[in-house]
Design a protein around this ligand. Structure first.
Ligand SMILES: *Cc1c(COP(=O)(O)O)cnc(C)c1O
Length: 369
């Protein structure tokens, strides 16, 4: 059997370049707490994301929790169950109640036409997810939020570098969370950032990630510890130099999948919408009326050394830790998608011949070989 193909592979800069970047740290002995690398990465990201306010975190999840704390959300938060554990857990861990809105059949983002029915006098925010880099119906969401005086925090973990008609998604909502985890399009090993609209929030967010400390003798918030360290930031500075090249290579892989799989009966692909500059982060596909179902395809690929992922399955409102708390039947579209979706391996250096091989296995798809 050929070598295993993972669902993803972390991008890394040339080792000499990283060594050069971290050399300074042996001179300064400044390893964390808003160091030179940290501050310089914040500046670089403002430019790259074409946005005004950025604060870095040790990971994306803490950035999301930091935003929830900074906005002092109360009561209920409308969100999606078709996401990574982080989105739902961030809400629950802040003693808020997630209220799950169903998703759209075509792009798996929150169905904005169903949000208003879920709003009560306890609702304080909407936390939608740009899932697989598909951008939420942000104009509708903004309208609803304005009308009902709700905050909007986007989980933009999948959406690094994406722009809609020239507008970078970092500028949507009151805040947007990005993840720089090793598996994401742009990584700082572990890491994340929050982009936010109100410049006055900078001090508060910076202090929330550092125990709520606001001065040598003052602690103003019950903050945690979620600071990005200098080694993470140095990785980010290096990786950012290559991210456009990485995205171009991902695009080639993505397009090769499309060429192979477009028009195959019974499967549905996820095509970027017009006007969207994509980052080609994932290749999800739906097995709707195919000769094999999703689980059979997943098994078949595994037998051939290919690790596709049931991403996202199970839905977060069906997690073991939430049994008896939420009802998956209330989000039937999300349930339908979660049972049929599979994301194929996709990373910059994935060999196009491997892409062809993966597609051949799917197309010839027989379990009894
Ligand atoms: C990766 C991810 C997160 C969490 O980010 P971390 O940096 O791993 O903490 C949150 N939401 C979604 C949708 C993600 O994919």
């Amino acid at each position: 059997m050929d070598n295993q193909i993972a669902v993803t592979q972390s991008s890394m800069p040339p080792i000499e370049e990283y060594m050069e970047e971290i050399k300074d740290l042996w001179d300064s002995h400044w390893l964390t707490n808003a160091g030179v690398k940290h501050n310089s990465l914040e500046e670089e990201l403002k430019k790259y994301l074409d946005t005004s306010n950025v604060t870095l975190f040790t990971n994306g999840h803490s950035a999301l929790e930091g935003a929830i704390q900074a906005f002092e959300l109360k009561g209920e938060v409308i969100t999606t169950p078709f996401t990574f554990a982080s989105t739902t857990h961030a809400i629950v861990r802040n003693n808020l109640k997630p209220v799950f809105c169903d998703i759209q059949l075509d792009d798996y983002t929150v169905d904005s036409s169903k949000i208003e029915d879920l709003i009560t006098d306890k609702t304080s925010a909407i936390i939608p997810v740009h899932v697989y880099g598909n951008i939420c119906n942000f104009k509708e969401i903004e309208k609803i939020a304005k009308k009902h005086d709700l905050k909007v925090i986007y989980d933009a973990a999948h959406a690094f570098g994406i722009a809609v008609n020239g507008l970078n998604v970092a500028n949507l909502g009151d805040a947007s969370m990005f993840s720089f985890h090793a598996t994401k399009v742009f990584n700082t090993i572990e890491g994340g950032a929050l982009c936010f609209k109100d410049v006055n929030l900078k001090e508060k967010l910076d202090s929330i990630k550092n125990f709520g400390i606001t001065g040598p003798e003052s602690v103003s918030y019950v903050g945690g510890n979620a600071k990005m360290n200098e080694f993470q930031a140095a990785m980010g500075i290096c990786n950012l130099r290559y991210v456009n090249a990485e995205i171009s290579k991902r695009k080639q892989v993505f397009e090769r999948y499309m060429e192979n799989l477009e028009g195959v009966d019974g499967i549905k692909l996820n095509i970027p919408k017009s006007g969207v500059k994509s980052n080609y982060s994932y290749f999800p596909m739906l097995f709707e009326d195919y000769k094999l179902n999703r689980d059979e395809i997943s098994e078949l690929l595994k037998r051939n050394g290919i690790n596709a992922r049931k991403y996202f399955y199970p839905l977060t409102n069906n997690f073991e830790c939430y049994q008896g708390v939420f009802d998956v039947e209330k989000t039937p579209v999300a349930k339908y998608i979660a049972e049929r979706v599979l994301t194929l391996p996709l990373y910059a250096d994935l060999d196009l011949n491997d892409v062809d091989r993966i597609c051949e296995i799917i197309i010839s798809g027989s379990l009894n070989e």
